[in-house]
Design a protein around this ligand. Structure first.
Ligand code: CP
Ligand code: NVA
Length: 318
């Protein structure tokens, strides 16, 4: 009997124990990269990346990461494949997964990646859907631990997340949903503040209870006492037609220095990027001393290398 394939379609697909492993492994793999150590556990393996939406960080981090692990990459977009000419996603999954070892997809509805995974012979990774962005939150938590949660051996320790508060200011979108899943699994709290009409939906987020998140009308209240303040674009990819309406609705949800002052004095600021200074975040905050957005972006590559290794080889130690 063949083993079920481990996909990574949402944050809740892995256990707290898997995350403890991945954070440690990402630190080891990052050290190897920084010291120019050759590490090619995925030699002869191929990653197919399917992009139905634009990307800078996701593309570069997966592509560079796969090459660094000794593997190769095939880059596909809707426009230059038969996906753009209505080939069923199920047929695409059956074909592509016979030729590669791993697939990363960035697409619209979560149902689409789930259908692909159902028909895939190889693990599938969510590189962002309308509902979730698990690789980003994996990088964000790793970055938080690097700055605020290392153990005595200098390794990221997820136990440090206990009692911590993340303030989410802005849209109840794919990032917000994924933060809720992460808090539920890794036992921290998320304070969510969104304009009316843009709230998080617990059913879409797929969390069992409200124990790990609290909703605030006023973004200042959400930031009060937070260890991390984070936000995202007001208009996500696929929602461009709502841009003008959203700019008005979100005007009071700009993370500025006042909001950062309401958080803990040593609070960090994160943004998955791309950012719009003067909209969801002020230039003073994103370019200021509490911001760790460049570490956050770089860490996408290190955590995804750990993730690809984990999905293809399991818990290796080298
Ligand atoms: N944060 C993120 O996923 O960036 P890209 O859209 O550039 O991939
Ligand atoms: N919420 C944003 C994230 C971009 C990385 C979007 O979906 O466009």
């Amino acid at each position: 009997m063949s083993m079920p394939i481990q996909h990574y379609l949402q944050f809740s697909d892995l256990t707290a124990d898997d995350y403890a492993w991945l954070f440690e492994r990402a630190a080891v793999i990052k050290r190897k990269f920084k010291s120019y150590e050759k590490y090619h556990p995925l030699a002869d393996r191929t990653l197919a990346m399917i992009f139905e939406k634009a990307s800078t960080r996701t593309r570069v981090s997966f592509e560079a990461g796969m090459y660094q692990l000794g593997g190769s990459v095939v880059h596909l977009t809707t426009g230059d494949t038969q996906l753009g000419r209505a080939e069923p996603i199920e047929d695409s999954a059956k074909v592509i997964s016979r030729m590669v070892d791993l697939v990363m997809i960035r697409t619209f509805g979560q149902d689409k990646i789930e259908r692909f995974a159902e028909h895939s012979r190889v693990p599938v990774i969510n590189g962002l859907t309308n509902e979730f962005h698990p690789c980003q939150i994996l990088a964000d938590i790793f970055t938080f631990l690097e700055h605020r949660g290392l153990n005595s051996e200098g390794m990221p320790d997820p136990a440090c997340l206990a009692g911590k508060t993340v303030a989410w200011v802005g849209d109840g979108n794919n990032m917000a949903n994924t933060w809720l899943q992460a808090a539920d699994l890794l036992r921290f709290t998320v304070h969510v503040s969104t304009p009316r009409g843009y709230e998080v939906d617990q059913a879409v987020a797929g969390v069992r209870s409200r124990d790990s998140y609290k909703v605030f009308k006023n973004p200042m209240d959400a930031c009060r006492g937070a260890d991390l303040v984070t936000t995202d674009v007001w208009t996500s990819m696929g929602y461009e037609a709502e841009n003008e309406e959203r700019r008005k609705a979100f005007a009071d949800w700009c993370v500025d220095e006042e909001m950062m002052k309401a958080a803990k004095p040593d609070a960090l600021f994160m943004h998955c990027l791309p950012a719009h200074r003067g909209e969801e975040v002020s230039a003073e905050v994103i370019d200021g001393p509490q911001s760790v957005v460049w570490d956050e972006a770089e860490n996408r590559m290190h955590v995804q290398k750990a993730l690809m290794e984990f999905l293809l080889l399991g818990r290796v130690s080298s």
